[in-house]
Design a protein around this ligand. Structure first.
Ligand SMILES: [Fe+2]
Length: 342
């Protein structure tokens, strides 16, 4: 009998990129094992919805409907078979993420999952709301962090509860691993979460959580902003020819990106650790589409990031943002990325 436990791997750590092909394969294999009909033992199909299934289904629908404008979050499904499959996949993720097995929960606990408060919490701003003025005004900073970022965090927790993963995906490393395996929002072939509505909620709000975590932590008051340090400068020169050429490529991508999304300076850990510029739509993370990409700098070009001050003048927002990039933080992320790929 093949079980998910046969594919247990070490817990994901910062020492390996979460988009690493081998890690992705192992997690996907574990999930596939959970979905596969067992040669012996009870079937995974439930004849009737259980109280827990009903509660989880309701939470899934709530999580999907609460999605913050991402793609594909509208489907609502409460069918018991999907819930049971999601539970099986959750068990596989639990095994893959550290040998933990997701146990059935009492009905009371399942009901409580409709209003989860964790495991993720909103990181506090590392500076005062007005500290980045005039580049980022206090009103925009407050709404962006206290409302939008907070909403992504809360909805991520709701989605994880709906997937039965709130006790498993509890830190940034396991979340990044999950985001590399949730598949297309509402589409086919998603990795470890069977219900497409829950998968979309995790993709959109989990991406929103990690993307905004990076965004707010790689800015600093303009007076403290400094040019890239030696190691990162060499990487940028190697990837673009010069810092100015990198900045021009990044700016062009930011001003030209259609709709809502992100622009990234990434390290391609599967491609010789070269740095390059890329974009993602909505709240997608770079490594989901291209395993091995590790973002070291990201610019939020959703309108909520700049419209209060800059209105339709996104190029002005992009130009001002360069003055508050925390290059020391970016360099630390770069060094961590190349160390994890070694
Ligand atoms: Fe944002």
């Amino acid at each position: 009998m093949t079980t998910a436990a046969a594919f247990v791997i070490a817990p994901p750590a910062a020492t390996r990129g979460v988009g690493h092909p081998r890690t992705r394969w192992r997690l996907a294999t574990a999930a596939a094992a959970a979905r596969r009909p067992a040669a012996c033992g009870p079937p995974v199909r439930a004849a009737h919805p259980t109280p827990r299934a009903a509660a989880v289904g309701a939470a899934a629908a709530a999580a999907a409907s609460a999605d913050d404008g991402g793609s594909g979050g509208g489907a609502r499904r409460t069918h018991s078979r999907r819930v049971v499959l999601a539970s099986a996949a959750a068990a596989a993720v639990a095994a893959a993420l550290g040998g933990v097995t997701a146990a059935p929960r009492p009905a009371a606990a399942a009901a409580a999952a409709a209003a989860p408060t964790g495991p993720f919490v909103l990181p506090p701003l590392p500076y005062a709301a007005d500290a980045l003025e005039p580049a980022i005004d206090a009103a925009t900073m407050t709404v962006h962090h206290d409302k939008h970022f907070a909403a992504y965090t809360a909805k991520l927790n709701a989605a994880l509860a709906a997937a039965g993963l709130a006790d498993v995906v509890t830190n940034d490393a396991s979340l990044r691993l999950l985001l590399g395996n949730v598949g297309a929002a509402g589409g086919k072939g998603g990795g470890v979460v069977a219900d497409p509505a829950v998968r979309a909620a995790i993709r959109n709000n989990g991406g929103g959580y990690v993307n905004h975590t990076l965004f707010f932590s790689t800015m600093t008051p303009a007076a403290k902003a400094a040019p890239p340090l030696v190691v990162l400068s060499e990487a940028i020169d190697g990837g673009f020819g010069s810092f100015d050429k990198m900045r021009a490529a990044f700016t062009s991508a930011a001003t030209g990106l259609f709709g809502s999304g992100w622009v990234w300076l990434v390290v391609d850990t599967a491609g010789g650790n070269r740095v390059r510029v890329t974009t993602t739509a909505n709240q997608d993370v770079p490594w989901a589409a291209t395993p091995g990409l590790v973002p070291v700098l990201g610019l939020d070009v959703w309108e909520h990031a700049y419209y209060l001050k800059y209105k339709n003048k996104r190029p002005d927002y992009v130009e001002a943002w360069w003055s508050v990039v925390d290059w020391a933080a970016v360099e630390r992320r770069y060094e961590e990325a190349i160390a994890s790929a070694a």
